[in-house]
Design a protein around this ligand. Structure first.
Ligand SMILES: [Zn+2]
Ligand SMILES: [Zn+2]
Length: 147
């Protein structure tokens, strides 16, 4: 992730935490940074392993609860549970995902075409729809066989 984008996301993080009266601890900052750094939609385990390098005493439970808190206050999102693993996203702007069925990478998709997904009337009548996400699945450029 570009430095500038990272700092914008961090500023936003500080603001939202403050608004929700969440104490900004160095551990929480580290968890958020690890969430957004690689743009790879990490699982709790992945974030825990990364944060542990800097804070060896942090518990899995703390990381897990912190991430859930981030979702509650709207600073992170849960990407659809994929292969029984909950993966998190630090990008809350509207975007879609590509899931690779082989290496399990989740890649962000930005495309004008999908910016405003039209929700069919039958669905709008039936449900109270909050957002729509498109998930593409298949083999990523690294996993697809050479042609
Ligand atoms: Zn792949
Ligand atoms: Zn994403």
């Amino acid at each position: 992730m570009k430095k500038q984008k990272m700092s914008t996301l961090l500023t936003n993080f500080y603001n939202i935490c403050e608004k929700n009266k969440i104490k900004i601890t160095p551990q929480r900052i580290e968890i958020f940074k690890e969430l957004i750094k690689n743009n790879d939609h990490p699982s709790v385990t992945k974030i825990y392993q990364r944060v542990k390098k800097k804070y060896p005493n942090i518990s899995f439970d703390t990381v897990n609860r912190t991430l859930q808190k981030f979702v509650e206050i709207g600073i992170a999102r849960v990407v659809e549970d994929f292969e029984d693993l909950r993966r998190y996203d630090g990008l809350i702007e509207n975007h879609h995902h590509f899931h690779c069925i082989k290496c399990h990478r989740i890649i962000d998709i930005y495309d004008e075409k999908f910016k405003e997904v039209e929700i069919p009337k039958t669905l709008r009548d039936r449900f109270n729809i909050l957002e729509s996400k498109i998930v593409f699945t298949g083999l990523c450029e690294k996993c697809k066989p050479d042609e």
